[in-house]
Design a binder for this molecule. Structure first.
Ligand SMILES: N[C@H](CCC[C@H](N)C(=O)O)C(=O)O
Length: 276
C-alpha cells in the first residue's frame, strides 16, 4: 500500500510525519529504521505518527520513532511540527490542542505569529524517573567516562537527558563524549546528551547528541532539559533563549513542579508517498 507523508523540520531537526487518522497502517520499528536511512530511505531524525486519541479528553495521540527504530517518549521539535501538521491537514480546526504521548499529555498552542508554544510538562529530576542510577537526587553528578570524571545534570522531559556545561560550544567533544554517555551503563534506557555554553543569564548555546539519532541541528526536549539544568544550578534565569545550530528556542520554567514552556517554529518541506 502507498502511504502519504509530509517531510517537516523544527530548526533543522527533521521529521517524516505520517497521518494515521485518515490512513490506516501498522508501523513497526523496522519501518522507521528503513525510511530513516539518509541514503536508501527518505532520511530523518525522527518519524512522527499522528493517531486518534485513546482518551476522549485529548485531541490526538503522538508516537515518535528515532532513526534507529527505537520508539521514544517525547520529541519537542516534533511537537511543534505535529501542531502545524494537524492544522494544515485540517485534522483539527483548534489552535490549542492536547496530545497524548508515551510520557503524558502535552498542550500545543499555534500562535497568530506562526510560532508554536508547547507546554512540555514538568521536568522529572528523581534519578529513578529519568532513569539514571544514582544514590540520591542532586543538581549534578560525577560520571566516570573511560576513567575521566565528567560533571553532568540529569533531567527527564519524558525522555532522558544528560547536560554538560562547556566553555566553547564550537569545540565541544560532542562526537567523542556523546556516544559514550548515550550508552553509559548508569543510563539503563540510554540518554540524550546536551553540551551547553552559557553566554549570559538569559542566553546560551547548545549542541545535542541525540539518543538514537546522533548530533541533530536542534533538540527541543534537549533545550528544555538544558534550561532546567542551568536554572537549577543558578547559571541562568527564566525566560531564556537557547541557540542551537539550527536556530533559536525560547524556554520558560518557574522552577520545580512547574511545566517547561518551549516556543519556536515548525516548517513543512515537501509531500511524499512511500510504499509499505
Ligand atoms: N532522540 C530523542 C527523541 C527526539 C527528541 C528531539 N528531536 C526533540 O526535539 O526533543 C530520544 O531518544 O529521547
Amino acid at each position: 500500500m502507498l502511504l502519504r507523508f509530509t517531510k517537516m523540520h523544527g530548526l533543522g531537526n527533521d521529521f517524516m510525519v505520517l497521518d494515521l487518522v485518515s490512513q490506516h497502517a501498522h508501523i513497526l520499528p523496522k519501518h522507521a529504521k528503513q525510511w530513516g536511512d539518509r541514503h536508501t530511505g527518505i532520511g530523518f531524525d525522527q518519524l512522527l505518527i499522528v493517531e486518534a486519541p485513546s482518551n476522549p479528553e485529548v485531541d490526538f495521540r503522538y508516537r515518535i520513532f528515532n532513526a534507529d527504530g527505537s520508539e521514544v517518549e517525547q520529541c519537542g521539535n516534533g511537537a511543534r511540527c505535529f501542531a502545524r501538521f494537524v492544522l494544515d491537514k485540517r485534522l483539527t480546526a483548534k489552535r490549542q490542542i492536547r496530545v497524548e504521548t508515551k510520557s503524558g499529555v502535552i498542550e500545543l498552542d499555534i500562535r497568530s505569529d506562526g510560532q508554536i508554544s508547547v507546554n512540555m510538562g514538568a521536568p522529572r529530576l528523581v534519578p529513578a524517573d529519568i532513569p539514571f542510577q544514582a544514590p540520591e537526587q542532586a543538581a549534578s553528578y560525577a560520571l566516570d567516562v573511560d576513567g575521566k570524571t565528567v560533571e553532568i545534570a540529569a533531567v527527564s522531559m519524558g525522555n532522558p537527558h544528560a547536560v554538560l556545561r562547556v566553555n566553547d560550544i564550537n569545540n565541544a567533544p560532542v562526537h567523542e563524549l556523546g556516544p559514550k554517555i548515550e550508552h553509559h551503563p548508569r543510563f539503563p534506557a540510554r540518554v540524550n546528551v546536551g553540551f551547553l555554553q552559557v553566554i549570559d543569564r538569559t542566553r546560551a548555546q547548545l549542541r545535542v547528541w541525540e539518543r538514537g539519532a546522533g548530533e541533530t541541528q536542534a533538540c527541543g526536549t534537549g533545550a528544555c532539559a538544558a534550561a532546567v539544568a542551568a536554572i537549577s544550578q543558578g547559571w541562568m534565569d527564566s525566560p531564556l533563549l537557547i541557540d542551537l545550530p539550527g536556530g533559536r528556542l525560547s524556554i520558560e520554567w518557574a522552577g520545580p513542579g512547574h511545566p517547561v514552556m518551549m516556543t519556536g517554529p515548525a516548517s513543512r518541506v515537501y509531500e511524499g508517498q512511500v510504499r509499505l
